[in-house]
Design a protein around this ligand. Structure first.
Ligand code: PEP
Ligand code: MG
Length: 760
């Protein structure tokens, strides 16, 4: 049965066009299941009825004519109940309604199942038979399974697209707003603009050549033009962008430089294929290898390779190629896979936001969008890009929500919020770097999270106390090998040296999960529960020791280094890591004779981000100098919600009462244990989160550099005891949305309404 089902789904998905595909489907099902009729009714939410869309067994003349109200007849009942209905004699069912047009008088047995995608009923599929009989369990299971597969097809394939365009049906209600993963915060509105490079590697037909030398020179010429184009794009980037963004373009450059790529392409040219086909063969092999790794980060590298190759291909096929014609007005860039180079090519004055069907918060496009301050939503899998082309789109980068073709009033309200947001940034910037003290004189310490250099993050702000989280994995991710000790030493030393009076907390390598290294592939079914953070580095002490030695050597002349361990789950991990850190310390001291006589063992802290650590705080406290709460992972692990999966992104919520309760317990315990504690997850840069964290007793917050002034404003606008009253009120609520709404109301009544964002 499974084989039959697979064959049907495959054949249907290969059939172009909605009508033909659904007709094929009903015919195949009728034959495979040996029933007298199979039909599909699709939902029309505007008209609130199901339309007979395909049938093999009912009167074909009724297709497109018969409409059954959402609460009418057996079809309506299946849609309402959202479950299969299996009856021996349909005519005797109290909800049976006779539709003479379909000519079903002779059918008695009825099996109907809803077609549901992301909680929405898209339609109903039925099988009918003349005999009076109950359909078997197997038949029922078959139809239900088929409907789930077809639902995906209907929602994702051209079917829905065509349905909407050709029959004027609206998106099913609720899909006017769709969810993705927040990639870069902020609000934006504009016309959807689908990136459409005309020439794509995937659409190329393989061809042989007549002139080998010509093809080789064509290829080399195309590579050199692409290199110029990439250099131009990277040159056009704002100078103030952090180095890690520029490194994306360096990576493109390295790929173009890679001898192996050129050699392989030229090898295929020598075998007789023309330049374009040779490029296609090589790139598809490369991309397939990356894609097969089933690892989001590695898959994204495949996207970069394909993007780059499409550019080379453009020059091979048409050396004078035209670029995309961008809309004259403000637009939202939409693409299946948004790449960093696409972003760089868009006219920045008109590019308002970014929407990528694939990708996650780690995609280069998301990193770049954040650095450029452009709202971005990633992983919007529930809609086809073509559906968004030319449509007015509202992008809420805080919540990861897209509104398609909004009502005029909604668009006006959104435009007002965007204006407010701009006015607010200007106002916040004008506030300068005043000390972070509440109206009732309670001082908070603000730190920044950094990832490569710290010069931009700490520049011109004396109010920032230091770096609360330096993610050392970022420089590791930018290399094609583990950086040697001397290279790490120089980097860490330059960071400690740049702000010798400010505390710099360097986290040991936190790779694995969603942060793999290209040169150290880890293939796991469940990477977030797998070999990541401290687990990995303790298993590879050579990596840990080299990093520890580099950090300790770098701190020789400075006293501002603190070392932090990620993903701590057990006390034994802390003990083992400390043993290695001590080993590194004594090695460095010994090797240096007297040169490092001032060397001091840095303070050692741990991230509290795995629930297990929360329950061992007293034991852990005996071995470490400080704690830092990683609210991103703590939320993910407490709620069992993958932080990068758009399907469950609405469940990922740090305002969940369980998360808040745990955060308070951590704050109370740290106070009792006299251990300094910081929060360094995203919640520490969220105005509503900050109000609650302060009320719970947190005094140190570490956040993205661009959130610092905003959070400072929040702190300076409230009284701590008011925040505490609010916390005692919301800690009694059990609904995350109600909690968030109540905190937002608090912000509004304190003149901070501009910071309140729907769902953000
Ligand atoms: C966290 O988990 O909250 C955190 C700060 O670390 P990262 O986001 O790098 O996992
Ligand atoms: Mg973490």
């Amino acid at each position: 049965m499974l084989t039959t089902l697979k064959q049907i789904v495959q054949e249907v998905s290969r059939t172009p066009g909605l009508e033909a595909a659904l007709n094929r489907l009903v015919t195949l099902v009728k034959a495979a299941m040996q029933v007298d009729s199979c039909s599909i009714y699709l939902a029309n939410y505007e008209q609130q009825h199901f339309v007979l869309t395909a049938t093999n067994g009912l009167d074909p003349a009724a297709v497109g004519q018969v409409c059954i109200g959402f609460s009418e007849g057996l079809i309506g009942l299946v849609g309402q109940r959202e479950e299969p209905l299996n009856i021996e004699n349909a005519h005797q069912h109290p909800r049976f309604k006779h539709y003479p047009e379909v000519k079903e008088e002779s059918y008695h047995a009825f099996l109907g199942t809803p077609i549901i995608y992301q909680r929405k009923v898209l339609g109903v599929m039925t099988m009918q038979q003349q005999a009076q009989r109950q359909f078997s369990q197997d038949e029922e299971a078959f139809l239900v399974t088929l409907a789930t597969q077809i639902a995906l097809e209907i929602a994702n394939a051209d079917m829905l697209d065509e349905l909407i365009k050709s029959e004027g049906m609206a998106l099913p209600s609720g899909q006017q707003s769709i969810n993705g993963v927040p990639g870069s915060s902020g609000l934006a509105m504009g016309q959807g603009f689908v990136w459409d490079k005309q020439i794509l590697l995937s659409t190329l037909v393989n061809r042989q050549h007549q002139d080998e030398a010509h093809e080789i020179s064509l290829y080399r010429c195309a590579v050199s033009k692409t290199r110029e184009e990439v250099a131009l794009l990277s040159h056009g980037l704002d100078d103030s962008l952090p180095d890690d963004i520029k490194a994306i373009f360096t990576m493109y450059d390295q790929l173009l430089d890679a001898n192996s790529l050129g050699r392989e392409v030229e090898h295929h040219i020598k075998l007789g294929w023309n330049a374009a086909t040779s490029l296609k063969i090589v790139i598809e092999e490369y991309a397939a290898r990356f894609k097969a790794m089933q690892d989001p980060y590695m898959q994204e590298r495949a996207v970069d390779i394909i993007d780059l190759s499409n550019r080379i291909l453009g020059y091979i096929l048409n050396p004078l190629q035209q670029t995309n014609t961008f809309p004259e007005e403000s637009f939202i860039l939409v693409a299946d896979e948004i790449t960093a180079s696409m972003l760089a090519e868009c006219p920045s004055e008109r590019l308002q936001g970014v929407l990528s069907i694939h990708g996650s918060q780690n995609s280069h496009a998301a990193i770049l969008a954040r650095a450029l301050g452009i709202p971005a939503i990633m992983g919007v899998t529930s809609v086809l890009p073509s559906l968004l082309d030319g449509k007015m789109l509202l992008i809420d980068g805080y919540a990861g929500v897209i509104t398609i073709s909004p009502e005029q009033l909604q668009a006006q309200e959104f435009a007002r919020l965007i204006n407010e947001e701009h006015a607010l940034s200007a106002k916040i910037d004008a506030l300068g770097n005043e000390p972070s003290i509440t109206l009732d004189n309670h001082a908070m310490s603000l730190y920044v999270n950094a990832g490569l250099s710290v010069k931009h993050e700490l520049a011109d702000n004396d109010n920032i106390k230091g770096v609360g989280l330096y993610r050392t994995e970022i420089p590791f991710m930018q290399r094609d090998h583990f950086p040697p000790e001397q290279e790490q030493y120089e980097l860490y030393r330059s960071i400690l040296q740049s702000h010798p009076t400010k505390a710099i907390t360097m986290r040991t390598l936190d790779v694995g999960g969603d942060k793999p290294l290209a040169y150290f592939p880890i293939v796991e079914d469940n990477p977030f529960l797998g070999w990541r953070g401290i687990r990995l580095t303790l298993d590879q002490p050579e990596i840990f020791l080299v990093q520890a030695r580099a950090m300790i050597r770098a701190s020789e002349e400075y006293t501002n280094l603190q070392i932090m361990l990620p993903m701590i789950t057990s006390l034994s991990e802390v003990k083992e890591a400390k043993r290695l850190l001590k080993q590194a310390f004594y090695e460095v001291k010994e090797e240096s004779n007297d040169a490092y006589s001032n060397l001091m063992m840095p303070k050692i802290g741990i991230m509290i981000e795995v629930p297990a650590a929360v329950y061992q705080l007293p034991q852990l406290a005996q071995h470490v100098d400080f704690f830092s709460v990683g609210s991103n992972d703590l939320t993910q692990y407490l709620l069992a919600v993958d932080r990068n999966n758009s399907r469950v992104s609405s469940l990922y919520n740090s305002f969940h009462p369980a998360v808040l309760t745990v955060l308070q317990q951590i704050a109370q315990q740290a106070l009792m244990l006299h251990k300094p504690i910081t929060v360094c997850g995203e919640l520490a840069g969220d105005p509503a989160g900050v109000v609650l964290l302060m009320a719970m007793g947190y005094q140190k917050l570490s956040m993205n550099a661009h959130s610092v002034r905003k959070i400072n404003w929040v702190i300076r606008s409230i009284e701590l005891h008011h925040a505490q009253q609010l916390w005692s009120e919301v800690s009694a609520l059990d609904d995350p949305n109600a909690i968030k709404m109540r905190v937002d109301l608090f912000l509004e009544t304190h003149g901070l309404g501009g910071l309140v964002r729907a769902g953000g």
